[in-house]
Design a protein around this ligand. Structure first.
Ligand code: ADP
Ligand code: MG
Length: 266
């Protein structure tokens, strides 16, 4: 059930520091159910740390994270994923020695059923015993991302862009409600960019909400219906692409003038 305010995800007062660095500093924002929300900001503004904290890959210091009506603050990644919040990584993570379809089955187990590294290393037969439902879902997702002809290839033969598509399909194996993507377009060619755009829209049409960290402004402005801008660990602005593109503070943050962020440095 969607919470009353229409937000599938609501982040309030989120803080995370590393030694002296306040990577995330009193961050507040929401992700509307059904939206494609962009999370942008200069390098080092705290985007990755924020989604690490939401998805359980970093333990946040303080704040509140409510997802689909449940308090998920500080939960470990697998528990967060079981609630329906799944993320991909800035640096693509696939198992090169396993086949494309095996990667998808593992991704589903990692997100949903407690598969760990030691299973991958010591119990490969457990991974290979794919149940029919997982195999069918994997096949459908590989068709969606355009990798079905590679189903039996080791993931190691894929190009970087194809590995990103595989990682995206891996996240979708867990049937998320919210898919969080960290720089999905970084380092991929225009053909793969167009494919990822198509996949995001198709999956969104099927009811999945997206939160996307991305530096490609053409993508953000053309494909997101809401944008959150971070600077120095906090939210600088939030709104539609039209509102954000005409906000002088956003341009200033990207140009490095940082008139507002200055005050929040500790
Ligand atoms: N594991 C870490 N240890 C120490 N500092 C970190 C760590 N991760 C991120 N930071 C720092 O936190 C700040 C925010 O980084 P990050 O969240 O990666 O920004 P972005 O994704 O917006 O580029 C940066 O100053 C970065 O150097
Ligand atoms: Mg980052």
């Amino acid at each position: 059930m969607t919470p009353q305010d229409g937000n599938l995800l609501r982040v309030s007062g989120l803080c995370k520091h590393f030694f002296g660095i306040r990577a995330v500093n009193d961050l507040n924002f929401g992700v509307a159910a059904g939206s494609i929300t962009g999370l942008i900001g200069p390098n080092g503004s705290g985007k990755t740390t924020s989604i690490d904290c939401l998805s359980g890959f970093q333990r946040p210091d303080t704040g509140k994270v409510v997802f689909d009506g449940a308090d998920i603050f500080g939960l470990p990644p697998q528990r967060v994923a079981k609630c329906g919040l799944v993320r991909t990584f800035q640096n693509v993570r696939v198992y090169d020695a396993l086949t494309v379809s095996e990667n998808l089955v593992i991704a589903q187990q990692e997100h949903g059923r407690g598969m760990r590294w030691r299973d991958v290393l010591f119990r490969p037969q457990r991974i290979r015993r794919q149940d029919d439902a997982a195999r069918e879902r994997a096949q459908a997702l590989l068709e969606l991302v355009g990798l079905s002809h590679h189903i039996a290839s080791p993931a190691g033969v894929l190009s970087y862009g194809q590995k990103k598509l595989l990682a995206l399909a891996g996240g979708l194996m867990a049937s998320p409600k919210l898919m969080v993507l960290d720089e999905p377009l970084a380092g991929v060619n225009p053909t793969v960019i167009r494919r990822i755009e198509g996949i995001v829209h198709e999956v969104n049409r099927q009811g999945v909400t997206f939160l996307i960290v991305e530096h490609n402004m053409t993508f953000i402005m053309n494909h997101c219906n809401a944008i959150v801008v971070m600077d120095a660990g906090s939210k600088l602005a939030e709104g539609s692409p039209d509102v954000i593109s005409s906000d002088a503070r956003v341009l200033d943050a990207y140009l490095g003038k940082r008139p507002i962020a200055e005050a929040s440095h500790g």
